[in-house]
Design a protein around this ligand. Structure first.
Ligand code: 2HA
Ligand code: ZN
Length: 270
């Protein structure tokens, strides 16, 4: 077996959560990330037949039976992951229709996966139906997106249109827009189910007064998705109290659609 700390997926996960921390998106134990791994990429690094512990998940996700995930731990600080990956991260495989998770590596202090595991797994199941290549679900607390949920209408079309208007690239990066959940109790199956429902139609889901969920094919793409939306929210928070003299018009958005070969969410442009 090769050293798992040298595997591409591990190096990328450590870099990504460190970068998220450095962006100020993950204070204390805030945020959580899960990355679906395939057998091919883990076979040189992991004894897949050795189960260290079995952990009940408290939900069912039959679509994810047998799937393996590298996931951040509950109560763990992103800033510490690079110093002790085997304590702060774990690799789990779902079984019994998602009701049990077999720990294959990590959480060496007896810990377990993030409290938001239901939202992560239900979101993976929902995104895989929309895009079979989806592998990542990422949650964090970026300050401007969060701030925006205090001062902006939470209507999804309105919220998205404001973000699209803040930077030219936004409609290109997230033509599917953002979906928005009202404040809900986090860490529950209910918020997991609600998030997954919202993930059917967009890769970004805002948790009002809490943070954001993003989904994508790989860690870079998902990070970039949140980074772009957060940049737009930052511009909004800089200008929201000032008179708006200029904007990006819907006509200009249609030009961007044509130039970049993207299709804005149906009915969200005039
Ligand atoms: O894991 O971000 O939503 C800490 C959180 C909970
Ligand atoms: Zn959170």
């Amino acid at each position: 077996m090769k050293d798992i700390l040298t595997a591409d997926f591990m190096v990328e996960m450590i870099r990504t959560v460190s970068n998220m921390y450095d962006h100020g998106w993950d204070e204390r134990n805030g945020g959580n990330v899960s990355l679906m791994l395939d057998e091919k990429e883990t076979s040189d690094y992991l004894q897949r037949q050795t189960v260290l512990r079995t952990i009940p998940t408290g939900f069912a996700a039959p679509e994810l039976e047998g799937k393996t995930f590298l996931v951040t731990g509950t109560g763990k600080y992103f800033k510490n992951v690079k110093y002790a990956p085997e304590v702060n991260l774990g690799i789990v495989r779902l079984k019994d229709g998602g009701k049990q998770a077999e720990l294959l590596w990590g959480f060496t202090d007896g810990g377990q996966f993030t409290s938001e595991f239901p939202a992560h797994m239900m979101s993976h199941a929902a995104r895989l139906k929309a895009d079979p290549e989806n592998r990542v679900v990422m949650h964090c607390h970026p300050e401007n997106l969060l701030a925006m949920t205090y001062v902006h209408d939470l209507d999804e079309r309105q919220f998205t249109r404001t973000l699209w208007q803040m930077c030219t690239e936004c409609i290109v990066v997230f033509p599917d827009g953002v979906n928005v959940l009202p404040w809900m109790l986090c860490g529950t199956n209910e918020i997991g189910e609600a998030t997954a429902e919202k993930m059917k139609t967009a890769r970004l889901v805002i948790w009002s007064q809490h943070g954001v969920y993003g989904a994508g094919k790989n860690l870079d793409e998902t990070f970039g998705l949140i980074e772009t939306a957060e940049k737009a929210a930052e511009i909004f928070m800089k200008i929201a109290h000032l008179p708006r003299v200029n904007t990006i018009t819907d006509e200009q958005m249609h030009l961007l659609e044509k130039r970049f070969g993207v299709q804005a969410r149906e009915g969200w442009l005039d």
